[in-house]
Write a protein that binds this ligand. Sequence first.
Ligand code: LMR
Length: 391
Amino acid sequence: MLDQLPAQSPDALLALIKMYAADPRSDKIDLGVGVYRTDDGATPVFAAIKAAEANLLETQDSKSYLGPEGDVAFVRALVPYVFGADAAYLDRVEGMQTPGGTGAVRLALAVAQKAGVTKVHMGVPSWPNHAQILADVGLETVTFGHADSDGRVDVEAVLAIIDAAAAGEAVLLHGCCHNPTGIDYSPAQWDRIAAAFADSPAIPILDLAYQGLGAGMDDDAYGVRAVVSVVPEALVAYSCDKNFGMYRDRVGALYVLADQAGQLDAIMSNLNALARASWSMPPDHGAAAVRVILSDSAMTKLWLDELTAMRARIASVRAQMAEAGQIGPLDLTALSRENGLFSMLALTKDQIASLREDHAVYMAGSGRINVAGLHSGNIANFIAALKNVAG
Ligand code: LMR
């Protein structure tokens, strides 16, 4: 029976990691999967995480089961960062731990479907796994253009979608640091999006996977807070994989905003049942380390300082790329207007293949680059390679 299964092509981004690893060229450049890198090209464990792990080693006295909701103190400790400490609606918010942001998106879509959502609107391009999860959950996906052809966010497109959406529909938006374009809504645009959601029966599903890697922890949560403060119901998928550097430890959370606080127990019981049938319980270690950090002011400061340094380096790389100006049809000045780890370069498939084969530059087939993969040791080579293939 299993022999009837048609072979699936590997996930393109994950396949890129293997291709890069297998390339023997010493000057190869990895701009593929979204991990932060230092100016030495490394992705070290945060010092704050090392401190929290040392604390866990000393103090953790059991690895017994917690439950499908995972580490509740971790989930609650993140709330002020995601929603702000004083939000008036916090009594209507509850959350649970998930295996990474992917687990949170998956659970959000599954519970939305269980509640009657049949159709999800998604701006494109998007993180490729959004479409894969939607298809796997079995929800109809309707796409709209996230940005204009001139590389500016198309806010009218999303407003039109929200205005026209009916009950039983959801709109999936990136909270900040749009993956793959880096093109985000401004605060004024988020205010318009929030007002549109307030008048719409559609439920917002907000994916906040890069908080702190754009403009700052609070600024990056502007959109989520603007929307959640005016709608009756929302789902917020959160990832700590990037802003705590916990990638392989899979640290995420899903938050629900209920219309009435008294509805939360029933909603959470559904999330618990879905999680139990999917992964039973999320992996503990990473979330426990994040909880240790957030419950200690010195560790919290250490973490926030590390995040600030990451953000500054990303901004500096973006500024250096923008200085290269125009390379053929590529307008690199756009990178200084974009946020987070990613930007898209309007390269053809052949140019992307030539960058990989002739210049050992690895990027997603969509033209997405991980800006943090650039550093003082490779940025000149990358710009030279771009001039060679596109100039
Ligand atoms: C990415 O887009 O590179 C990251 O979100 C990693 C992933 O899981 O795809």
